[in-house]
Design a protein around this ligand. Structure first.
Ligand code: SME
Length: 231
């Protein structure tokens, strides 16, 4: 039996999932101190012991929370729905932003910002342009990135060569992945194609594993499809 309950008691965000209480504490005192009345009430209600109370305070506990969260079919379905809704909004915003502008750099810059700030967990969003046998960094949002990538190196280079979208759930498992940031855990790269030729790629990185799926592919390809290289 899976219970999901979200509560906000002003100081802590508390979630009950798969018979665990997860909470985000705000101070540095001991966990025992922070198991407040509300948590005790929930523990009683769901028959949860102290060992099953997990404080999200570091990467390990957050990773554990995510595993429980992601294995929960209810939240999985809700997340997918939420992601689709966000893409529909972002796509609408992008169409409006680029409608009256023919300057490619201006439009790509706005697309990066719309995606980075409109979607959840997009750590780096940016374009690379095909120049000779290389991919050269274009407009982006996020930390500084590799300036030049030789085709077919990395995920971007492989995408440009194959002329197809590549989804990488775990960047460490992709042979030849180019790590511009150690925070990047998963990635999707979509080609920009005109007259059958790849002239660039859109690269989106997440600091979470397995962030991208067929929904991202569908909408990001749609976005790349409305970008015109030449006015
Ligand atoms: N990881 C990419 C390089 C670009 S950065 O992630 C921004 C790759 O392997 O092609």
């Amino acid at each position: 039996m899976i219970n999901v309950e979200n509560l906000d008691d002003a100081n802590n965000f508390i979630e009950i999932k798969d018979n665990y209480v997860f909470f985000w504490g705000l101070d540095i005192s001991s966990k025992k101190f922070r198991i407040n009345a509300l948590i005790r009430e929930l523990m009683k209600k769901y028959d949860i012991t102290e060992d099953e109370v997990i404080e999200i305070s570091d990467d390990d506990t957050y990773q554990f929370y995510k595993e429980v969260y992601e294995n929960n079919p209810t939240t999985k379905k809700e997340n997918l729905k939420r992601k689709k809704t966000k893409y529909i909004q972002v796509l609408k915003q992008i169409r409006a932003l680029i409608a009256d502008e023919t300057d490619l750099i201006a439009n790509l810059a706005n697309i990066c910002a719309a995606l980075k700030y409109g979607m959840n967990g997009f750590f780096w969003v940016g374009f690379y342009f095909v120049k000779g046998g290389d991919l050269v960094l274009g407009p982006y949002q996020g930390p500084p990135a590799c300036t030049r990538i030789k085709i077919p190196q990395g995920v971007c280079g492989a995408c440009a060569q194959k002329k197809e979208t590549i989804i990488v759930p775990d960047v460490d498992k992709f042979p030849g992945h180019i790590a511009c940031s150690s925070h990047s855990k998963s990635e999707i790269v979509v080609p920009l194609i005109e007259d059958g030729k790849v002239w660039g790629v859109l690269d989106v990185d997440s600091d979470e594993y397995d962030k991208f799926d067929e929904v991202d592919k569908k909408y990001l390809e749609e976005i790349c499809g409305i970008v015109a290289k030449s006015p």
